[in-house]
Design a protein around this ligand. Structure first.
Ligand SMILES: [Zn+2]
Length: 373
């Protein structure tokens, strides 16, 4: 590990949280009223969401809001990005008219255990359903049809055979539903199978309630809210991509020009149910005077294209099966865990160095585009 990557990337949740808590001292020099709060989430007391927050020292014009770890394991790169912000951008921001809100590990259990989901197997980015009664009528039929693909049923005995079977099942599903049908099955998530992948949960998770409160508070307290939510896996390998919510009606080229961002991906409410980003914009409707910009920023790993998507799907399905049903062979378990890390928290120095560079580029693009810098 180089000294750069060692400075920014942690080996475990506790180390990452310790580094994050250490940012308070530096932040207090500019925002003397800044506070660190640690909120326990779920069954274990020590799984905390940590937040450093301060209003502007003068007028609450902008708030720079960064969140990490909505998908547990993805929080390591997210925490590194927030660290880049603290190291390199803090000095350039005027505390007089800018507030600050930084969140470490929205899904602390997942980050500690190197999983994407919560301890209830919930994908938090499918848990922000605005109107739960709608869900009853609007189940994900494509997912139901392909239940055997997504819901684990047995211990992994021989990964080679399991892989061959998954390929076959997947090909059959593709023949039945088409490529877009299978994409829809995973993109929309599901609210029925608690051990299945892309599970949105039967209830609102504590983590979700936490973030919803923060969303309300920031929209109520500031004129402008600028939000960067850090994730990994999507988009071109070793590059950052900005994921715009489906509700953003601007033209993609216009957004590219405004921020000077190379990679812009659009999400849509038709394909993703219950994501936190769209929820933020729905809450914003209660605050018509407040300006909101909120987007996910993804650091790509496997890359784009059908081959990469297939590898992603297999990785997610096997990791979930391993978690619930286990594997008989140690080498199979190791292979699955290695693939999962490669998808969400690569250990290669090159990738980690690229995350630092790309985070710096994304933060600068956004803060300049929003006239904070
Ligand atoms: Zn994510």
């Amino acid at each position: 590990m180089s000294s750069t990557t060692k400075h920014y990337f942690s080996q475990d949740f506790e180390q990452s949280r310790e580094t994050f808590r250490g940012h308070l001292e530096k932040i207090k020099k500019k925002w003397p009223d800044a506070e660190l709060t640690s909120t326990s989430i779920g069954k274990e007391q020590d799984n905390t969401i940590d937040m450093i927050y301060s209003q502007a020292t003068g007028k609450n014009e902008n708030v720079i809001f960064m969140s990490s770890g909505e998908h547990g394991i993805e929080g390591y790169a997210g925490a590194a990005s927030i660290h880049v912000f603290v190291d390199e951008f803090l000095d350039k921001i005027d505390p007089e008219n800018n507030g600050i809100c930084l969140i470490h590990a929205l899904n602390p259990w997942g980050m500690r255990n190197f999983r994407r989901v919560t301890e209830n197997n919930v994908d938090l980015n499918r848990n922000y359903v605005y109107n739960r009664s709608e869900l009853l009528e609007d189940v994900n039929k494509k997912y139901e049809n392909e239940e055997e693909l997504f819901v684990p049923s047995h211990t992994i005995k021989d990964l080679k055979k399991e892989k061959a079977k998954l390929y076959t099942d997947l090909s059959k599903a593709l023949a039945r539903e088409g490529y877009s049908g299978v994409k829809q099955a995973k993109g929309m998530g599901q609210f029925e199978f608690e051990k299945g992948v892309y599970y949105g949960g039967k209830n609102v998770e504590e983590n979700t309630l936490f973030l919803k409160r923060v969303q309300q508070d920031l929209l109520g307290n500031f004129q402008r809210v600028i939000h960067m939510d850090w994730h990994t896996a999507l988009g071109p390998s070793n590059e950052v991509a900005m994921v715009l919510p489906g509700t953003d009606s601007r033209d993609t080229e216009e957004v590219k020009d405004k921020y000077g961002m190379k990679n812009i991906v659009r999400s849509s409410t038709d394909t993703i149910k219950g994501d936190s980003n769209n929820h933020f914009y729905l809450v914003k409707e209660d605050y018509p005077e407040t300006y909101l910009f909120s987007a996910l920023f993804e650091f790509g790993t496997f890359g784009e294209g059908k081959k990469a998507e297939l590898r992603e799907l297999m990785t997610i399905v096997f990791e979930n099966q391993l978690y619930w049903e286990g594997a008989e062979k140690e080498e199979d378990r190791q292979y699955i865990m290695d693939e999962f890390m490669a998808m969400f928290y690569p250990q290669e120095e090159e990738w980690q160095e690229d995350v630092i560079k790309e985070a710096r580029y994304a933060i600068e693009s956004l803060l300049k585009g929003e006239k904070v810098l």
